[in-house]
Design a binder for this molecule. Structure first.
Ligand code: OAD
Ligand code: ZN
Length: 245
């Protein structure tokens, strides 16, 4: 049996699936990943490492540079869900998928229709005034006449609800996501290098079946029941066209 058929069988025989994903899930929607050869972290921006530009230090100390980079590279407002997002939405609808845990900040799983989504790193769609907590749309950030957007009520700075380097993850989201993940009987890990804490730890503790779909090897491959080293889009297109959902 080919590997995609094997994954199809694993999905058929499970009713408590958790999908754990990363940037590779959204490359087919035109959003580059971080650590591949052409990924965001393999480029410099005006001489700076993108890891610095997405850090709390940069946000605090060099707001203009932060927002210049953010507006230039993180404007993913118009990205659309791809076949993987759509397949997962169907899987939730028929009651097989318990939740999605994603490191992506693009909001595409919700846009595709998934309801149970843990966004470990937040998303670009919420932006909050650091003083009065008024909420702003991404358009307000990306189209503001001032590079550094300020609250139109109180004048304070606004921060995208994206978890930056040096910032903690929301512990409630983390603990709920972890509970669901550990209870699942099938964990599908896709499109993530698993190089970022706590993603890696959460996944490594899982005791049930694991299926990995990723172009490059990951830290969990040695524990996985099935490893598919393929393009995610191709894998999920085949699943989508199968009879599973
Ligand atoms: P990475 O860029 O580290 O890993 C993406 C993985 O997906 C790589 O192993 C690629 O080989 C694989 N990949 C890419 N496109 C693929 C495709 N079409 N088919 C199959 N595999 C593919 O991205 P993440 O693991 O998501 O944080 O990175 C984790 C976090 O690091 C991100 O959430 C980001 C970054 O700092 C924030 O934005 C806050
Ligand atoms: Zn305010």
């Amino acid at each position: 049996m080919n590997k995609i058929k094997q994954l199809e069988q694993m999905i058929k025989s499970s009713n408590n699936i958790v999908f754990f994903g990363g940037a590779g899930v959204s490359t087919a929607s035109g959003i580059p990943d971080f650590r591949s050869k052409d990924g965001l972290y393999n480029t410099k921006y005006e001489g700076n490492d993108p890891e610095y530009l997405l850090s709390r230090t940069c946000f605090i100390k060099e707001k203009e540079l932060f927002f210049k980079f953010y507006r230039d590279k993180m404007d993913i407002r118009y990205a659309e869900p791809n076949i993987t997002h759509k397949y997962l939405a169907k899987l939730e609808e028929i009651g097989k998928l318990k939740c999605i845990i994603t490191q992506n900040i693009d909001g595409l799983h919700r846009k595709a229709g998934n309801k149970n989504v843990y966004e470990l790193h937040g998303n670009i769609h919420k932006n909050i005034c650091l003083s009065c907590h008024k909420s702003f749309t991404p358009d307000y950030i990306f189209e503001n006449k001032d590079i550094i957007p300020r609250c139109d009520c109180c004048g304070a700075f606004i921060k995208p609800e994206v978890v930056l380097y040096e910032e903690p993850l929301d512990h409630i989201i983390l603990s709920c996501a972890n509970d669901d993940l550990q209870e699942s009987d099938l964990l599908i890990v896709a499109g993530t290098s698993l190089k970022v804490y706590p993603a890696c730890h959460m996944v490594l503790r899982h005791k049930g079946k694991i299926a990995v779909v990723n172009l490059e090897p990951t830290a969990i491959d040695y524990k996985a029941t099935l490893v598919i080293r393929n393009n995610i889009e191709d894998v999920f297109k085949e699943l989508y066209n199968s009879t599973t959902v």
